[in-house]
Design a protein around this ligand. Structure first.
Ligand code: 6CS
Ligand code: FE
Length: 300
């Protein structure tokens, strides 16, 4: 089904109606381009079909060690802990995410320009890219809390004004991801369906949603339908491996009650041809540390 809001021309209306609906994707998954890149054709075709791909050993063990140390330095820094860009766990006050981390850490800033990372992102969106959002995520053992099912694009469209599905996220594991320590679950193929959600965006929603998202999450009927059609995959892999997934992938994670923490570097690349407009479903845009509005192309 195609629904276009006739007044706004919005291809993906959400948080505006009183009934949830499923809308067919109107955008390519792999955007056409003449340039080649490090992703081979088979992997690219699989990304197109499933909405995600994995890269084993994107980082060497020595690099994993180096970035792990960087993460420890950041979380132990009193200035970083007090920074508004740092999100702490609701219950325990432990650091959960540090946003705009590519500007806080020069090592992570440099990683975003590394051809292993950048060229893969460019290959998928078919153009120059800029960093829409970056963060490190730390899910502690014993009491790490997950995120309910959602599509990132739904939030980026409604709250940040991202017009089209032309962004890719890269999650680089700094710890081993087992099936049991809160790893990401994805529905392969569900990136071709947009779930239009119900509920208005409250003012300053990000302050709550970055800890536990409540608005812009699909209704249970939609999740049931998508899961029945597509099934659920889970990302597992050793430290240094990476997961790239489409902006409209349906994903979520459970809690982590194991002793094994889970942390990753998370970089979102958006096409420079898909820069942010006024939000489609919120009164005001979110702060630029969550959704950048400078749109500076990343150079190698
Ligand atoms: O807000 C964001 O940009 C990201 N965080 C959450 C909890 N949901 C949407 C997106 O993944
Ligand atoms: Fe997400």
């Amino acid at each position: 089904m195609t629904v276009v809001d006739v007044e706004t021309g919005d291809l993906y209306p959400t948080r505006v109606g009183d009934k949830p609906s499923l809308i067919s994707r109107q955008d390519p998954v792999v955007w056409p381009s003449n340039e080649s890149g490090p992703i081979d054709q088979r992997t690219l075709a699989s990304y197109d079909e499933k909405g995600y791909l994995t890269v084993d050993g994107l980082l060497t063990p020595a690099e994993v060690q180096q970035f792990w140390q960087e993460l420890m330095d950041l979380t132990n820094d009193a200035g970083v802990k007090a920074d508004e860009r740092t999100i702490v766990e609701k219950s325990s006050d432990e650091v959960r995410s540090i946003f705009e981390v590519h500007k806080i850490s020069s090592a992570i800033g440099k990683l975003a320009t590394d051809p292993r990372v950048l060229d893969r992102a460019r290959q998928i969106v078919g153009s120059d890219v800029y960093i829409h959002q970056s963060r490190v995520n730390l899910m502690p053992g014993y009491r790490g809390t997950g995120f309910y099912w959602h599509s990132d694009f739904e939030t980026w469209h409604a709250e940040d004004g991202m017009p089209r599905m032309r962004a890719v996220s890269m999650s680089i594991a700094l710890t081993d991801n087992y099936p049991f320590n809160g790893g990401l679950m994805l529905m392969p193929g569900a990136h071709r369906t947009f779930v239009s959600c119900v509920g208005e965006t409250p003012e300053d929603n990000y302050k709550a949603s970055l800890k536990a998202q409540k608005i812009g999450v699909p209704d249970e009927d939609s999740i049931t339908k998508l899961a029945a059609e597509h099934g659920i995959d889970q990302f597992t892999g050793s430290a240094g491996s990476a997961l790239m997934f489409d902006s409209n992938s349906m994903h979520g994670s459970g809690n982590n009650i194991t002793p094994f923490p889970r942390s990753n570097i998370f970089l979102v690349f958006n096409s420079v041809e898909n820069t942010l407009q006024d939000p489609y479903g919120a009164a005001a845009p979110r702060p630029t540390f969550v959704a950048d509005r400078a749109f500076v192309p990343v150079q190698r």
